[in-house]
Ligand binder design. Structure first.
Ligand code: BTN
Length: 255
């Protein structure tokens, strides 16, 4: 399927510090068309969440950023964009892998895991105008053909490691663009509930008893994930029955 606008305007770079940084700089100069895709063969300073570095072998993986102008979203609902992108990646992986044979999950906030290992990560950088989202740079790192993750071997995987098949980057980017367009138009077309419900139904640990680690004092507590708010906070029902909202930096789980 061709897309209406996502990925129609493309910038392919042999090398860049970070496709997100490139997109942010571009936005300072011009109003790039909505859905502009910037992708690179190699990033010299790829950015991950929480200030981490994103490392990806040259030419083997997808390192890409899309530009959107979701002015219909309130700044406080920014996490709807994360849910949307996670679902587009989930849908792409469901098309590429037989879901009967692989366990594909979204791990809050927006990591994608296959068989318990991370295959993709998302870094969204927004700019705001008044209380609306003026522009969003949606950075996607998806491991395609990388065969070796070194010390991350137990935590990271790629489509190649899962299937022993090589995946051409352009083909997978086309699928991502198509799936992103579908979910973006749902979000824009007031079908937010579909996005929210699907996010929960594909989320690792939803409605199951889990052990969480509190970042502040490294203590553990048990609870059950009840939902994720539009600002990104996770709702956890504690043993006492009380439901508490936590921010990303406050807790972690699934170790
Ligand atoms: C994470 O899981 O920590 C998020 C990783 C996001 C990586 C992608 S690669 C393309 C884009 N450019 C960047 O510098 N980061 C994102």
């Amino acid at each position: 399927m061709e897309t209406l606008f996502v990925g129609n305007h493309t910038i392919h770079l042999p090398e860049v510090t970070s496709t997100n940084s490139y997109a942010n700089a571009l936005l300072k100069d011009v109003k790039a068309p909505e859905g502009t895709l910037i992708w690179a063969d190699h990033q010299t300073a790829g950015k991950g969440m929480r200030g981490n570095v994103w490392q990806a072998e040259s030419r083997a993986n997808i390192t890409a950023s899309y530009i959107f102008y979701p002015a219909f979203l309130n700044a406080s609902n920014h996490f709807l964009l994360s849910k949307m992108v996670a679902l587009a990646l989930f849908d792409t992986l469901t098309e590429l892998l037989n879901p009967a044979n692989y366990d594909i999950k979204i791990k809050w906030p927006n990591d994608i895991l296959v068989n318990g290992k991370k295959i993709a990560g998302v870094l969204i950088e927004n700019s705001f105008r008044e209380d609306k989202i003026n522009s969003a740079v949606i950075g996607i790192g998806l491991n395609l053909n990388q065969e070796d993750f070194g010390e991350l071997e137990n935590k990271a995987t790629s489509l190649y490691l899962l299937t022993k098949t090589q995946f051409p980057r352009e083909d997978v980017l086309k699928k991502i663009s198509k799936n992103l367009e579908v979910v973006y138009l749902q979000l824009k077309g007031e079908k937010k509930n579909q996005i929210k419900q699907r996010y929960l139904s594909t989320m690792l640990g939803f409605n199951t008893d889990l052990r969480f680690l509190k970042t502040a004092d490294q203590s553990y507590f048990n609870g059950r994930i009840e939902g994720v708010e539009d600002d990104g906070k996770i709702l956890i029902q504690l043993f006492s029955g009380e439901v508490k909202a936590f921010e990303m930096k406050e807790i972690s789980f699934g170790y």
